[in-house]
Design a protein around this ligand. Sequence first.
Ligand SMILES: [Cu+2]
Length: 495
Amino acid sequence: MGIKIKIALLTISILVIGGCSNSVQPDKEMDHNMEEMDHSTMGDMMEGHMSHDEVVMLNDSTGENELRIPSILEQDDEEGVVYTVRAQRGKTEIFDGTETETYGYNGSFLGPMLRLEKGDNVKIRTINELDEATTFHWHGLEVAADVDGGPHDALEPGEEKVIEFEVTQEASTLWFHPHPHEKTSEQVYNGLAGLIYIEDENSKSLGLPTDYGENDIPLIFQDKIFDEEKQLNYSAAKNDDGTIGDTLLINGTLNPKLTVNKEKVRLRLLNGSNARNYTFKLNTGDSFVQIATDGGFLNEPVTLNEVTLTPSERAEIVVDFSQLDTEKDLALINEDGSILLPFEVSVQSETVSRIPGLMNDFSLTEEEMDLPVTKKIELFGMMDMVTINGKKFDPERIDFTQQQGVTEVWEIYNKPDMMGGMIHPFHIHGAQFKIISRNGEAPPENERGWKDSISVSPDETVKIAIQFKNKGVYMFHCHNLEHEDNGMMGQVKVE
Ligand SMILES: [Cu+2]
């Protein structure tokens, strides 16, 4: 979008605020900020601000490269469930014949998939082989705060730390990524991200597609900007309101395609992007079913034509290729029509898997729904002026306390700004929570399951019920990674 259109939008916003008595008024703090800002600063700020409508489109995938499937991390050769995860620098051939400098876990780009079982006592040897500090954060895992890998747990270059935890939660698709103070966005952007699958008795008995890389496909969506040398130059690409690229990589694959059999195929979607939101749909308009949210299975499959994921959210969906017209070109596309992942359907049909009608016993009880709101979160601002409850992150400040094992209701409000505001993806560490309501209404059916990240639209209020199983200091923050690094984060101490 050109500068002219943005200026026009800005003018309209100011007219709306000035001319309409019941429109959203900037609060005192915002007034104060605006007073201190000269015109050029404001112009710069608006230039970079990312509203939902003006996001650069992704280039269509040409489908020339078969999708890369992350390897499954093998256990170390010692007693027990022991893994080693190393954060490394490397070079990756993303474009044919060119080496791009990247970061990865146990490799040059992204990471292996870590497969855990409920009940496992896991030991992970984390090693920082980068030349900068990093942390190892297990996104969605219900573990004690001292192994959660928040910004307090930085490993310096060359440092090692062994962490131990028991997997106490149900089958789900989680992920791991770095979380160092003010450096999360750059390190994730450069390639530090990996998947965690948790399996349990239930997930193994449901009969869902489970052949990893065959009909159970991990899909990590990340958008990037490559410079003329085909390098990821974060400081050049960076946008304080969320770095958005024109080039999609899925599992690190440029121009990916996925070859599938004529059967039910389970796609585990992870929005691993710094800031881009995706609305996934099939190019034919055909429906699919969603079977899982961030932290576990839905009770019943939910039929959908599209599903939206904001950064760090996951959804598991099943596409039944035996029921689609495979004479047509099939692809997973984004809301704006850009082609994300073309499918090549082989003639082979497999019919072993099924989608059961009942998959889980998730419930939101009357008692939980009747609990009073005891914690209020107000998300506000844009660019580097983002705040939670008017404050920026301070590692020395505890914002809330909560008792271990006690359910509380948090109310999260996204306060609009003079530009209207933008979606903030809100994430809480160390717990899976339940959505009670969105603007007072029951959440949509595909959000009636365990969540650790939620989208909160401008002027929207979301109520959640949350309980922490473990103790310690946990982060809660916006998962637009530049907002996180700009201080849109707070801390809850669980006692
Ligand atoms: Cu945000």
